[in-house]
Design a protein around this ligand. Structure first.
Ligand code: CDP
Length: 790
């Protein structure tokens, strides 16, 4: 096991700031000084404001919509309904998963909070007041708020708008080998099973969603300032949906206050504001309220999972069987690669080596907000990782083996990589044993195991929970991974100016991950140009190369690779210019960070800055002037970051309350570009994992009212509740990534929930408790204890 610094003996000085330097985030200065530029900061001359009238009921036929009172309000410019949009063929739109979604409801409402009409007015308050005056007459229908009811034969049909749709099932999908898995189960000494719900959660970015749509009726130019994690893909979707010529659509995604997957889908508000601006001829701004964001935009999770592990008495896993139902809400609007209806859930085999697995999944429409976005997760990997890590711990209990030992026994060993999983993933590299060993050392695993016994004798409950997750991030390769057919490559354009300063333009879009800092470090490493001399630009489709955007931790694996590749291409060209300047043959030149020199004569050298100037002033005969280029990188494989997290909890047997005493997180994301940024990413993810496992619950009552529509009910952890984290690292480079980096943005959200829950279960395992669904609240823990005692 090596640390970043050891593995990557720093090639650059802190002044140059290449890989491995904890360079301070350059973007923070403007954020901390209140000088960020978010969508709501954008004010255009003559701008109008939009507010949306939403359904208060979850399932109902619309009898009539009366907009007259809203239209009569002074300052109202227009009221838009689905009927009006239908004239432009815009009442429905395609989703990122190839389903359809109502822009403004015409026939039925299908979830509480659904968009029915929009008011455009001279001021935001007038727009909202007028929207409240819209009167809709409903004929109420049975609301369906869980997928089990939805899939019953007599359940009312939610999507009666879809031709040929006769049930509420929205997809089925399977992976693995059923016959071989059944045979492995027949041979097993024991079968360990777990039924668990990964509850609906919400990404809850600090900034809600919004748009300023500015369509110039004279030129046909549409400039859309949007909270978009994927501006280029959104541009193409807009061109296809609205029929606008793509060259006339410019999507600007300015500073974004968090995304976490919530800003991947195209929302009705974006479409209506754009259509309104087109028709009215003035810019239209729409900014969601917090409640609108919580009740109507992309949620995460909501998977009901049944898993079974076939094991031998001496602790070997023989196979895995999983059956899962996902609650998709009223429209199937996740963004999943076309081939994978349940995202990459089939990585559910985890960090363990066994030959067979079989996974079946079904999706159900319900009367809940659509979404199912991969909330800080690579296409449903979070749910998968949670299930396998919970199952493995339960299997260890049933076999009477220590859960860490059981993992060690079944891990894919480091010499087995590249490893082909039973569901078809090729894991690029890993050393799972090293990560778990380090985590165990850091947490004092053996001492805590001993303390547990002693504590019980004293009437205290202590639990220790492990999760040794494997993630899969960095979609594509494009043959397998796409969004609506668009191959999941990404891009980097690098321009080195005559004075040796540079500008790097990317197809991805940071939402707080620090790209302006870290991507410059890749160029600094490759070319020796100080990272402070490199400006990073993202989020403007007119000014950046095409890319699929930032989600699923794909920026470093894909755009990061593109950045390294274009830097290398420019270094090759720079070498030709250097040879010309040094009057030497290219073959006689050596590269040392930031300069070329003649072999054996280090004094004969030119710096990259000298070369940059020459690229515009003194190029050799036959060579194009300039030093710039673009790389489109279609990765050969995903990257597979991993880690071992261990949580120790103290649980009060009288109340069921639990507190994290210690949380150790060892992550391996390959080569770390910026260790401090990586640690920040991990801290954030561990906090979100803690929130999901302990306190967050977005649920619905029997008639489909959303409980969790505000931050009073849906809890966001503050520094007060958040545990202290201790981080460790191992470094196993990705063999196919040009700088050996793997993504890390989501690792901790993916890996940590199982560690927290496993710790609570461990405190109660002696009572026979094997499951408490998240959020593992004190009342649920207390009930589990009472049931176990009964
Ligand atoms: O796609 P997204 O930016 O959300 O995730 P990521 O590619 O995992 O990167 C998150 C942040 O961590 C970026 O600023 C990366 O450059 C940085 N990072 C790093 O410094 N080293 C790595 N091995 C991975 C990411």
């Amino acid at each position: 096991m090596t640390t970043t610094a050891e593995h990557h003996a720093l090639k650059t000085t802190p002044e140059v700031g290449g890989l491995g330097h904890s360079r301070k985030r350059v973007e923070d200065a403007r954020f901390l000084e209140g000088r960020g530029n978010y969508v709501d900061d954008i004010v255009l001359p003559g701008m109008l404001y939009m507010a949306i009238h939403r359904s208060p009921v979850a399932h109902a036929r619309i009898v009539s919509i009366d907009t007259s009172a809203a239209e009569a309000v002074e300052g109202v410019i227009a009221v838009v309904t689905g009927a009006l949009l239908a004239n432009y063929n815009l009442a429905w739109m395609p989703t990122m998963s190839g389903d359809t979604q109502a822009v403004l409801a015409t026939d039925k409402v299908r979830f509480q909070g659904q968009e029915i009409a929009a008011v455009i007015a001279t001021d935001r308050y007038i727009a909202q007041d007028a929207a409240d005056k819209i009167v809709v007459d409903y004929e109420e229908l049975e609301p369906i708020v869980n997928p089990q009811r939805s899939l019953e034969a007599d359940a009312p049909l939610i999507r009666d708008d879809k031709e040929g749709q006769t049930t509420n099932q929205c997809y089925t999908w399977e992976s693995g080998d059923k016959a071989a898995t059944d045979a492995a189960f027949a041979r097993a000494d024991k079968v360990v099973s777990l039924d668990t719900h990964y509850p609906r959660s919400h990404p809850s970015p600090l900034e809600t969603c919004g748009i300023v749509a500015d369509v110039n009726s004279a030129t046909g130019q549409a400039t859309l300032y949007m909270t978009s994690q994927a501006p280029h893909a959104h541009r193409t979707v807009f061109a296809l949906v609205a029929g606008l010529p793509e060259q006339n659509i410019r999507i600007v995604s300015p500073d974004i206050g968090g995304g976490f997957g919530n800003k991947v889908p195209v929302y009705p508000g974006y479409v209506v504001a754009t259509a309104a601006s087109l028709v009215i001829g003035k810019p239209v701004k729409w900014i969601e309220t917090r409640t609108e964001n919580l009740i109507s935009t992309g949620f995460g999770r909501d998977y009901y999972m049944h898993g079974e592990l076939a094991v031998t008495n001496d602790g070997k896993i023989l196979g895995l069987r999983v059956d899962m139902i996902s609650d998709q809400g009223a429209f199937f609007s996740d963004a999943q690669p076309t081939k994978f209806r349940a995202g990459l859930f089939h990585i559910v085999t985890g960090s363990y080596d066994y030959p067979v697995a079989h996974v079946t999944t079904r999706g159900a429409y319900t009367n809940k907000a659509p979404g199912g976005v991969a909330y800080r997760c690579s296409f449903r990997v979070t749910e998968a990782s949670y299930l396998i890590e919970r199952l493995v711990q339960n299997a260890a209990y049933e076999l009477g083996i220590d859960p860490a030992e059981f993992r060690m026994k079944n891990f894919i060993k480091k010499d087995q990589f590249p490893y082909l999983s039973p569901t078809g993933f090729v894991y690029d590299s890993g050393d799972y044993e090293a990560a778990l060993k380090l985590a165990m050392e850091m947490v004092g695993y053996d001492e805590i195991q001993k303390e547990k016994e002693q504590a019980r004798a004293e009437g205290r409950l202590v639990g220790i929970g492990v999760a040794s997750f494997t993630e899969v991030v960095g979609a594509g390769h494009g043959d397998d991974y796409d969004i609506l057919g668009l191959r999941m490559f990404d891009s980097a354009e690098l321009r080195i100016h005559p004075t040796g300063k540079a500008i790097l333009k990317l197809g991805v879009r940071s939402q707080g991950q620090g790209h302006e800092t870290t991507f410059a470090q890749i160029v600094a490493e490759e070319l020796g140009i100080p990272s402070s001399d490199i400006k990073v630009v993202e989020g403007d489709t007119d000014n950046t190369p095409y890319g699929l955007g930032t989600y699923a931790s794909r920026s470093t694996p894909v755009a990061g690779a593109a950045t390294a590749m274009i830097s290398r291409t420019l270094r090759e060209k720079a070498k030709k210019i250097a040879a010309h300047l040094l009057e030497a043959s290219e073959d006689d030149l050596e590269w040392e960070v930031g300069k070329f020199y003649v072999k054996g004569d280090p004094a004969s050298s030119v710096t990259i800055q000298d070369v940059a100037f020459a690229a515009y002033t003194n190029v050799p005969e036959g060579l194009e002037p300039g030093l710039e280029g673009v790389n489109y990188y279609d990765p050969p494989n995903m990257t597979y970051p991993f880690g071992s997290y261990i949580v120790v909890v103290d649980l009060d047997p009288g109340t069921g309350q639990w507190k994290v005493r210690k949380m150790v997180a060892v992550d391996d994301c390959g080569v770390r570009i910026n260790p401090m940024v990586v640690e920040g990413q991990i801290h954030g993810g561990l906090t979100e994992g803690f929130a999901m496992s302990s306190m967050q619950y977005i649920t619905f009552d029997d008639i489909g009212n959303c409980i969790g529509s505000n931050f009073g009910d849906y809890l966001i952890p503050t520094a007060w509740e958040t545990p202290r984290f201790e981080l460790g690292e191992t470094v196993t480079p990705s063999p196919h990534h040009p700088i050996g980096a793997k993504g890390v943005g989501e690792s901790a959200t993916v890996g940590s929930p199982a560690a927290y829950v496993n710790a609570v279960i461990d405190a109660l395992a002696h009572l026979g408790v094997r499951n408490i669904d998240m959020p593992v609240s004190a009342d649920r823990v207390w009930s589990a204890m009472e049931e176990a005692k009964a």
